[in-house]
Write a protein that binds this ligand. Structure first.
Ligand SMILES: C[S@@+](CC[C@H](N)C(=O)[O-])C[C@H]1O[C@@H](n2cnc3c(N)ncnc32)[C@H](O)[C@@H]1O
Length: 325
């Protein structure tokens, strides 16, 4: 059973995060969030997250956006595979448990959740937050590859904003291991930057060569038709809560998270819908849309005189799969 999940944090998670803010200085949390973001921008990864306050600051500042990107990717997967009903999840580099929360919302069929991560502060926060949600979960601490080698295979494996923290050799061997442990579907989500896209494309190529089938976002398993400076990415809008705005020192009540992703399956998917690669331009005479189609890249004009097609194309959004049915 699947349904489109909301990109905004579930109420239980938001409440659990806010409860943990009691007794923590908002200024200190905002300062730590800013310091952690700076370390990230400089390529330092999550090693800067060392204390309980660090973990909370990171979760307040980043979890809403990575959650929104995970949900958007999982919704796209569920859209392509409406019958997919995974029972077990492996969340690789789980951090505060973002992808676990997102997958639980997107796939109500999930019953067992195994999270793996090296960071103890994030692990402790994740366990606290997930316990508030009343779920049965296992969270192992250590190196992702070592833990994964011993883990049981899962129906769905998700690695959200993780592979960018690794060097190329580690990333390649983790990708192979994740695929080995994937019973049905592997989803990898990265920031929607040219570098994040390049990592997704490299992993996609590696795992297609290993027998994987691309379920989303691409309508084919061949080479990506985009050429630099263009790159495949999507965007998801999310609402910012008061605590989120404080943690980011921001006033705007929403943000747009750019992300790149790939979902690979053991079996080929039946449908091959085209993917909308940018927000279509709706004009009086036509809707102009950039599509990735099974035959390659196309800029399509859907004329107003073709009433039904025009009405359908007016509803197209960046990231949608179009041409289903
Ligand atoms: C940017 S955070 C993302 C956390 C979470 N997946 C999310 O989307 O919010 C990256 C996570 O990957 C973990 N990580 C990076 N390299 C790792 C490794 N080799 N083994 C285990 N965990 C790793 C970090 O500890 C961190 O929690």
């Amino acid at each position: 059973m699947t349904r489109a999940a909301s990109p905004d944090l579930p109420a239980a998670l938001r409440a659990a995060l806010e409860a943990r803010l009691q007794g923590v200085s908002r200024n200190e949390a905002a300062d730590r969030a800013a310091a952690i973001s700076k370390t990230y921008r400089e390529g330092g990864g999550s090693a800067a997250i060392a204390s309980e306050t660090d973990a909370l600051a990171y979760a307040l500042a980043r979890m809403p956006a990575t959650y929104a990107a995970d949900v958007a990717s999982l919704n796209a997967l569920a859209d392509i595979r409406p019958d997919f009903a995974p029972k077990s999840l492996l969340d690789i580099g789980a951090g505060p448990g973002t992808a676990t929360w997102a997958a639980a919302e997107a796939f109500l069929s999930l019953q067992s959740f195994t999270l793996l991560d090296a960071n103890d502060a994030l692990r402790r926060l994740a366990l606290d937050l997930l316990n508030d949600g009343g779920r049965q979960i296992t969270y192992e601490r250590g190196d992702a590859r070592a833990l994964l080698a011993k883990a049981e295979a899962a129906d769905l494996i998700v690695a959200s904003y993780v592979i960018g923290e690794m060097g190329e050799a580690e990333r390649t061997s983790l990708a192979a291991l994740m695929w080995e442990k994937t019973r049905d579907t592997l989803l990898v989500v990265e920031p929607g930057t040219p570098a994040g896209y390049a990592r997704i494309i490299a992993l996609r190529q590696q795992l297609v060569a290993a027998g994987g089938h691309v379920a989303a976002p691409c309508p084919h398993g061949g080479p990506c038709p985009l050429t630099p400076p263009d790159w495949c990415h999507f965007t998801q809008r999310l609402q910012r809560s008061r605590a989120h705005k404080q943690a980011k020192g921001a006033d705007v009540p929403f943000e747009d998270e750019k992300f790149a992703y790939v979902a690979l399956t053991r079996e080929p998917v039946r449908e091959r819908p085209s993917r909308v690669l940018a927000q279509p331009a709706v004009g009086k005479a036509e809707v102009r849309a950039k599509l990735c189609t099974p035959g390659g890249l196309e800029v399509t004009g859907v004329p107003r005189r073709d009433k039904a097609a025009y009405a359908a194309a007016r509803r197209w959004r960046w990231g949608d799969a179009v041409g289903l049915n």
